[in-house]
Design a protein around this ligand. Structure first.
Ligand code: NOJ
Length: 539
């Protein structure tokens, strides 16, 4: 029988540490806070927690500007706290993954301070420095994701340095022979401690064109976010980047059962190359298509079928519904469809990655202008509603107390709590049999115990109804499951659907229903499905 590894079978749950649980009343979440919540995390039937960066950082990009890769930011606690978190997580059977940010450091990292100190410093070429253009301007037209040019002029040494994010995030130069070996050792530091894997930030940006050619205009640009105005053919997905990743994978292979998942926003044909030619690249290149695809049954079905058809042999699939860079799931698809979306994520073939708070249906917070903190929003106010990420980073809603149990009552949390926290929180949902949290646990518990759902095969089922996406999950010697999802909301055109699915089986038993009320046997010759309803059916 095939043996599956933890990151194939289980669910990865992303924690944004600033926002999970504050233990020392400074308004910012921390590692001791996460330790306090480990029993809750275990109760979600997840396999691993991934922590967004916890390293020392001036926090210009909230930790994605790393000033030291092998230490803990005092805001989040101490190395002893981290060690305790690792031990206590492992005691509960939870894996721990860290965020690795190899593409750029903080401008306050010792390496960059050396690099910028003089043109002949030995670390000068650890970063990407270029002379000004003949007119004194930027070396080329490359853009920052966060607005404006990707180049900043350094007065002291008279050259520009590259940063595709903030000017406080200078990019490392992986064409310099010392940089990758150094980063590999930073990885080993955590792997030696027992960390189970890494989520690797913008892994596909790690190499840039060595001729620094201008990027061509993007004819499909919608005129909104400036970064979209160019085709990023000289800064993203450069041929040699796979070789860097292969060497990172080699480090993981020095240890047992460690993994990396790469952050890569790309069409499938390019994305799947990141598994590596011989499955020696990322264990999982993140598959973000459920976030990027219009929320319609047939569009989602097409994405699933396309992904299934392009996955190379030996490549393990994965799916993501939300993260700290995307508007909240419940805000994107609506509160009713959020249940359908959860059912989809947790019954598709492939490792699900889940964003904290989605299990209680958290929605984007409203951030008053004086509280806006996210740099892309501050730098590009005209598109702040699109690029701003504060709304999806609000504190976890634990209970109905002032500050929702996230921090002490007298403290101002680093981001304001959404207005709905007194109604929507963990404590309340623990008492409600049909709450989102109960629904999430029902799905994760089923997935955990049923091989068909965690590792089984996938095949779609024709229903003849545009609003419905249905599929089968099967594994040898295990119960088979039929998942039927109604993407249609209650409207004039789209009310209840009645389906004949007798080609699959005459009848089935409801294992989980989106309303957490419907149970029992159903007749598959005439299966009714209400708007926003989804069913996981045991055949
Ligand atoms: C992707 C991360 O997810 C995002 O939060 C960050 O701002 C950029 N990379 C830069 O590190």
């Amino acid at each position: 029988m095939t043996q599956y590894i933890w990151w194939q079978k289980g669910i990865i749950y992303q924690i944004y540490p600033r926002s999970y649980q504050d233990s020392n009343a400074d308004g910012i979440g921390d590692l001791p806070g996460i330790i306090q919540r480990l029993d809750y995390l275990k109760s979600l039937n997840i396999e691993a927690i991934w922590l967004s960066p916890i390293y020392p950082s001036p926090m210009y990009d909230f930790g994605y500007d790393v000033a030291n890769y092998t230490a803990i930011n005092p805001i989040f606690g101490t190395m002893a706290d981290f060690d305790q978190l690792l031990v206590e997580s492992h005691q509960r059977g939870l894996k721990v993954m860290l965020d690795l940010v190899p593409n750029h450091t903080s401008s306050e990292h010792a390496w960059f301070l050396e690099s910028r100190s003089s043109r002949d410093n030995p670390k000068r070429d650890w970063y990407i420095w270029r002379d000004p253009a003949p007119d004194g301007g930027v070396p080329n037209n490359w853009l920052s994701y966060f607005g404006g040019s990707a180049w900043t002029f350094d007065e002291q040494t008279g050259q520009y340095y590259l940063h595709q994010f903030l000017k406080e995030q200078p990019e490392l130069n992986y064409r310099h022979h010392e940089v990758l070996p150094t980063m590999l050792n930073e990885m080993r530091f955590w792997l030696n401690k027992g960390v189970d894997g890494f989520r690797v930030d913008v892994i596909c940006l790690m190499l840039k064109d060595d001729q620094f050619r201008n990027e061509p205009p993007n004819p499909e640009w919608d005129g909104k976010v400036l970064h979209g105005s160019l085709q990023h053919i000289y800064t993203n997905n450069l041929p040699g980047v796979h070789d860097l990743i292969r060497q990172m994978r080699g480090v993981l292979n020095e240890y047992a059962d460690r993994m990396m998942v790469g952050e890569i926003y790309m069409p499938y044909e390019d994305l799947v190359t990141y598994y590596g030619q011989n499955m020696d690249g990322c264990h999982l290149p993140f598959n973000f298509q459920l976030i990027l695809t219009p929320w319609q049954a047939q569009a989602v079905r097409e994405v699933v079928e396309l992904y299934e058809s392009v996955l190379p042999s030996g490549a393990w699939p994965n799916w993501v519904l939300g993260n700290h860079d995307q508007h909240r799931l419940a805000t994107r698809v609506g509160a009713n469809q959020a249940r359908v979306a959860n059912m989809l994520l947790l019954t598709l073939r492939g490792t699900p990655t889940y964003y904290y708070g989605d299990e209680i249906g958290m929605e984007d917070g409203t951030i008053p202008p004086e509280f806006v903190q996210d740099p892309p929003a501050l730098k590009q106010p005209e598109v702040a509603h699109i690029v701003g990420r504060d709304p999806e980073r609000t504190p976890m809603q634990w209970n109905s107390d002032p500050n929702a149990g996230f921090t002490a009552e007298h403290v101002i949390p680093w981001l304001p709590l959404p207005a709905d926290y007194a109604e929507r929180n963990v404590a309340k949902q623990e008492t409600e049999p049909t709450a989102m949290l109960k629904f999430f646990r029902a799905l994760t518990a089923l997935r955990q115990t049923e091989p068909s759902l965690s590792v089984g095969d996938y095949a779609s089922v024709e229903t003849g109804v545009a609003d419905i996406f249905a599929y089968l999950r099967t594994a040898p010697n295990s119960d088979r499951f039929l998942v039927v999802l109604n993407f249609g909301a209650l409207s004039f055109e789209s009310a209840e659907h009645r389906l004949n699915l007798s080609q699959v089986a005459p009848r089935a038993t409801i294992a989980v229903a989106t309303d957490m009320v419907r149970t029992g046997l159903v007749d598959l010759t005439s299966l009714s499905l209400a708007p926003n309803e989804g069913l996981v059916l045991r055949l």
